[in-house]
Design a protein around this ligand. Structure first.
Ligand code: NDP
Length: 463
């Protein structure tokens, strides 16, 4: 008798529905988490008949509940001497295949539901990378925008004063996400090192001088383009000569544009939370350098691009609204800002305007309705957990280099990143075909990631 024999499985056909109802009741008020679970579980349906052992061990029910949720108070003092208080989160979702790994987000919209959706997605994404990493995510409702360097530093130090107890090179290794780049990782790591008096790989995205990896800043954007190139190759197309829309102008967007330019593509849009620019002539490397300086050094607004290069500027509109309203023709779309930025209406407009490939740099940027429209219209749709996995994969490479106490060259890391993106693409296609959904990257990514984690969970017994 196996250890799972006592479990009474739900009938397969009701299983997913029952779990979705369960999380809606028990995890009320977390719409983004519900959305992410619905997207994943619905596409896991073909695994239920093939894997009665997963059903019996209640893997489907167990995988939607985090291993651990940490919530804490982050008090700090601003430049006026006033006390400020934020909420800190770290959700350690699943460490079946390796230490928890996933970024920290600093944005006023951060709440438990958002961090849980990101942590849940991360479990499958990390499994897809081929590296041994579990899934986690964290952050705070702190808004770095408009804060001085000293305020950001004091916040990061206060945040780490609690987080340090819960992380470790073999336990949990956070990284960056929205609002957390090189500056923030430096302050967080400095505080960690001060508290524990140790150099240890507890964060990735570190500076090169203290253990960072070449290509880590570029990795998510480069990876999203590599993934798009793989998808295009299945239809005997490539990036060269295509026109792309890229949203946002942060880390992911910047290096998506850079790789598209290197591969001979043209990019006509960028945005931030204040508005969108359209540059019909194309954003070239010199203009991109201006954006890098504007966003990473001066921390300014994208409207400055429009002023300097005589581009069109649409205040208070996102890229996808502008494409719909102006009827802009694009071949490829790289949403790189935030969750649910492309709704059904805008997905339909993209299809109408000729877009045939979407590679998601941001996490869950397309609503469920938008995804359905892409799939129904035969758009090459690369879901976030596959298309943007290059970032965390390169974080995994940073961990490997730290463990070996050596640094790989730029070319070597880029080559490994490229190889990993090809392998993720292959796994998605193979899993989709094996489970009867040929060519469906969404189903392929979810199933390939899930099966690996589920098998590990099964091996551990009921824990
Ligand atoms: P950054 O903080 O570097 O940039 C975020 C960009 O998105 C900015 O241009 C920001 O504009 C815009 N943005 C964020 N929130 C909103 C909003 N609510 N409305 C409009 N614009 C918004 O973050 P990243 O580039 O690192 O992250 C972007 C996306 O990529 C996120 O979904 C993240 O989870 C995902 N991702 C990131 C990875 C990484 O390695 N960094 C890895 C995998 C996924 P503004 O400055 O005005 O706020």
């Amino acid at each position: 008798m196996s250890v799972y024999d006592y479990a009474i499985a739900s009938p397969a056909e009701h299983l997913i529905e029952d779990i979705l109802t369960m999380i809606q009741e028990k995890d009320a008020g977390q719409p983004e988490f519900h959305q992410a679970v619905k997207e994943v579980l619905t596409s896991l349906e073909p695994t239920i008949d093939k894997h009665p052992e997963f059903v019996k061990a209640k893997i489907y029910e167990r995988i939607v509940i985090p291993d651990r949720v940490l919530m804490f108070r982050v008090p700090w003092v601003d430049d006026n001497g006033d006390v400020q208080i934020n909420r800190g989160f770290r959700v350690q979702f699943n460490n079946a295949i390796g230490p928890y790994k996933g970024g920290l987000r600093l944005h006023p919209s951060v709440n438990l539901g958002i961090i849980k959706f990101l942590g849940f997605e991360q479990v499958f994404k990390n499994a897809l990378t081929t590296l041994p990493m579990g899934g986690g995510k964290g952050g705070s409702d702190f808004d770095p925008k408009g804060k001085s360097d000293m305020e950001v530093m004091r916040f990061c130090q206060a945040f780490m004063l609690e987080l340090y107890r819960h992380i470790g090179p073999d336990v949990d290794v956070p990284a960056g996400d929205i609002g957390v780049g090189g500056r923030e990782i430096g302050y967080l790591y400095g505080q960690y090192k001060k508290i524990v008096n140790q150099h240890a790989c507890v964060l990735t995205g570190k500076g090169l001088e203290y253990g960072g990896s070449l290509i880590r800043p570029e990795a998510t954007g480069y990876g999203a383009v590599y993934f798009a190139a793989e998808m295009l190759a299945t239809r005997h197309k490539d990036i060269k000569g295509t026109v792309s829309a890229v949203s946002a102008s942060g880390n992911v967007a910047q290096y998506t544009v850079e790789k598209l330019l290197q591969l001979g593509g043209k990019v006509i849009t960028l945005s931030d939370s204040n508005g969108t620019i359209v540059d019909e002539e194309g954003i070239d490397q010199e203009k991109l350098n201006f954006v890098l300086e504007l966003k990473n050094v001066r921390r300014g607004r994208i409207v400055e691009y429009a002023d300097r290069y005589n581009a069109l500027y649409y205040p208070n509109k996102n890229v996808w609204d502008v494409i719909r309203q102006e009827g802009l023709a694009v071949d490829l779309a790289f949403p790189s800002a935030h969750e649910n930025e492309i709704d059904g209406q805008n997905a339909a407009a993209l299809v109408k305007n000729g877009c045939y490939c979407v590679s998601e740099g941001a996490n869950m940027p397309s609503t469920l309705e938008a995804i359905e429209i892409f799939l129904d219209n035969n758009v090459l749709y690369g879901p976030a957990k596959a298309a943007n996995a290059g970032g965390v994969a390169t974080s995994g490479l940073e961990m490997s280099q730290n463990s070996m106490r050596l640094s790989w060259s730029r070319e070597e890391v880029d080559q490994r990143l490229h190889g990993i993106m090809k392998s993720i693409h292959r796994s998605c296609l193979e899993a989709a075909e094996t489970y009867g959904k040929k060519g469906n990257y969404l189903v392929g990514a979810n199933i390939a990631g899930f099966v690996k984690v589920a098998n590990a969970m099964l091996a551990y017994g009921i824990v």
